[in-house]
Write a protein that binds this ligand. Sequence first.
Ligand code: CMC
Length: 429
Amino acid sequence: MSSSPAELHYNGQVYPLPLLVGTENEPAVDISKLRDDTGLVTLDIGYKNTGATKSAITFIDGDAGILSYRGYPIEQLAANSSFMEVSYLLLYGELPTMSQLETFNHSITHRTLVHENIKKFLDAYPASTHPMGVLMSTIASLSSFYPNSLIANRPMADMDRTYHRLIAKMATIAAWTYKKSLGHPYMYPNNKLDYVSNFLQMMFGHRTEDYIADPVVVDALNKLLILHADHEQNCSASTVRMVGSSHANIYAAVAAGVGALWGPLHGGANQAVIEMLEQIRADGGQVSKFVAKAKDKNDPFRLMGFGHRVYKNFDPRARIIKEACDQVLNKLGVNDPVLDIAKQLETTALQDDYFIERKLYPNVDFYSGIIYRAIGIPTDMFTVMFALGRLPGWIAQWKEMRELNEPIGRPRQVYVGHPRRDYLPITKR
Ligand code: CMC
């Protein structure tokens, strides 16, 4: 921490504010003692400019469109690594050696089975249920099968098995929520397959015949999962850290993260994008009409998949996904009319002053749904795919928070309710 050039002038006094500077030269003012010194709280609704932690996992420069995990640029990871390699990197801070990756893969592969009773829970949901609700409750219920996870002060060194278990079982649970929606028998994991191929066989395989995943699909899915794997202190990661900060078990924290991700302003946007593109198509494909609706402040319609709290130039994930989208559709020979609508919408919005002035660009969710569709994933499973990708990030965030022994998360408020008043008996009101 450097000596401070920042100070607060308040009530005729000067209060120095300690400064700290992150690895990538991001300066921050430490206000943690502000209340003790001055009686002031800070107000920042939606935490638009509040650092909740010092983290060494993911770096984003929203103006420059930079995203890196543990220092490695997302473009390099998406082009060269696998989802398992990136998961290891997020959890342990370094890229694995060959033998570390083998051990990690083995540990995850051999934990993909879920307790048979989980099938009974799944069976009880109505077929029309949204898979995010099923995923959320099933992840939370894993805590009942692993009572050790409830020990609040369990040594962190004992947690590896739990992290691996979560990553392993999430794929099985996610695929089974889909099988459940179809009324098809669940497919058991196959230990001979890599993580992504195994997930695909549990989603699309049938007991009556062998299923071999198309390498183009495996590659595309690996890329998508990598691009979603972490995104620093977003709504769901902050939720995971917040829930974990009370020393609640990691299953409860991750289940809460799934809940936060579900909303259409966060991960749920990928489902909302396809629904919007379909709506535009059904309406005759008039893109400009919907751009006008998005600009109209009296109309609640927003361009889903556009805009981002942090990226104000471009979302590097969207660039990679747009390119991958073209490649995957070409390789699979899929001609999806909503891709043309998406491209027209992007071009029209990017030339429009409303979007230029507000720095609104396509985000990660804008093109991802088109790839999911091309590989056969149904629309209401899109956010589940996001959750599957984001899981190693959530675990890494939970792990970092607990290893740093961070205090319980507990924001302040500015109370604007009724001033003190006395209780009146019901007969006198
Ligand atoms: N369509 C039309 N106008 C928009 C949009 C949009 N998609 N996004 C923001 N705006 C406008 C907004 O109305 C506001 O205008 P004004 O200044 O005139 O009031 C201005 O742009 C700033 O928007 P904001 O809502 O204050 O910005 P935010 O940082 O609070 O919200 C956001 C960020 C992502 C929630 C928002 O851009 C949005 O709702 N986008 C659509 C949903 C979406 O695609 N979400 C996925 C985000 S990326 C995946 C993830 O990491 O979760």
